[in-house]
Design a binder for this molecule. Structure first.
Ligand SMILES: *Cc1c(COP(=O)(O)O)cnc(C)c1O
Ligand SMILES: *[C@@H]1O[C@H](CO)[C@@H](O)[C@H](O)[C@H]1NC(C)=O
Length: 293
């Protein structure tokens, strides 16, 4: 209850539901709001498990999943005009390329056709971006990341109007995935410093992105705070800071990148983000090790 009120206050939401993990929040929200044989639209760049759920599990319920590029607003308009789309679900910024969706614009496009908009704002944090104020109907977070902020607790949340969140809450009571009280305690404790943590992460990540971008052995840096980012103009408008995750490519092959990662002195080699420790993840051999190039 207290945790839900705190997140609602940050998001400017009528209601928030916290659950046992970010994946729990996303999957229960989709189950609750998309009917069997319905349609959803989502974007290409996405947290891998969310993508797996949408592309392999939802079709079993007859749900059609239309995938668009994060910048393809004409594609979104076309999809909502052609089909009865229940929901547009996207991350902004996305994982791992930090693409940004114009939340105000997509909300206008979707609302003309009665389509709901849900933004996974995990990468943005509830401080750097307020999707509900920009017109989205719902915002979800993996609280495991910045909200907890200490890499020691799992949680997820969905915020929005009382009506929509109650629909998700009712199904959540049936499905389970309840946050345990100690996890709620850790999340509340983590939130006491979220402002200070995110402020520093905004600054450190931007500085790191700028340094990496000028480095001769770095071939590409993906960070919405850099003018070279394809959606920098959107990010600048709808975010107050760009968060603590920077994606980049080393000029070289997999082995060169392994050598680079192994030479780093400060970060731990681990997936996840949003905690106080700096961490580095090489997706080709870690989170995406089983995929092709
Ligand atoms: C980590 C993450 C999730 C899943 O969250 P869990 O709490 O680990 O289940 C969902 N979306 C995004 C963008 C994430 O980074
Ligand atoms: C970074 O984070 C804080 C939240 O603590 C936010 O208020 C601030 O505007 C952000 N931006 C920058 C550039 O630091």
């Amino acid at each position: 209850m207290i945790l839900e009120k705190k997140i609602s206050a940050l998001e400017g939401a009528e209601s928030t539901l916290v659950m046992a993990s970010g994946m729990c929040a996303t999957t229960v929200m989709l189950f609750a709001l998309v009917p069997p044989n319905g349609h959803i639209v989502t974007s290409t760049d996405c947290y891998r498990k969310t993508k797996i759920f949408m592309e392999t599990f939802l079709p079993k319920l007859g749900i059609t999943v239309i995938v668009i590029d994060p910048a393809d607003t004409p594609g979104l308009e076309d999809a909502v005009n052609k089909h009865e789309v229940s929901l547009f679900f996207t991350e902004s910024p996305t994982n791992p390329f930090l693409r940004c969706v114009d939340i105000e614009l997509v909300s206008k496009i979707c609302h003309k056709r009665g389509t709901l908009v849900c933004i996974d704002g995990t990468f943005a944090t509830p401080l750097n971006q307020k999707p509900l104020a920009l017109g989205a109907d719902l915002v979800v977070h993996s609280a495991t990341k910045y909200i907890g902020g200490h890499n020691d607790v799992l949680g997820g949340c969905v915020s929005g109007s009382m009506e929509l969140v109650s629909e998700v809450r009712n199904l959540h009571h049936v499905l389970g995935g309840t946050l345990n009280p100690n996890a709620a305690y850790l999340l509340i404790r983590g939130m006491k410093t979220i402002h200070l943590r995110v402020k520093q992460q905004n600054l450190t990540a931007l500085r790191m992105a700028q340094i990496l971008e000028t480095h001769p052995k770095v071939s590409h840096v993906y960070y919405p705070g850099l003018p070279s980012h394809p959606e920098h103009h959107i990010a600048k408008r709808q975010m107050t800071g760009f968060g603590g995750v920077v994606s980049f490519e080393i000029d070289g092959d997999r082995e060169t990148t392994i050598k680079f990662v192994d030479s780093l002195k400060i970060p731990y080699i681990a997936p996840s983000f949003g905690g106080c420790e700096s961490i580095v993840d090489q997706p080709a051999i870690m989170s995406y090790w089983d995929l092709t190039q």
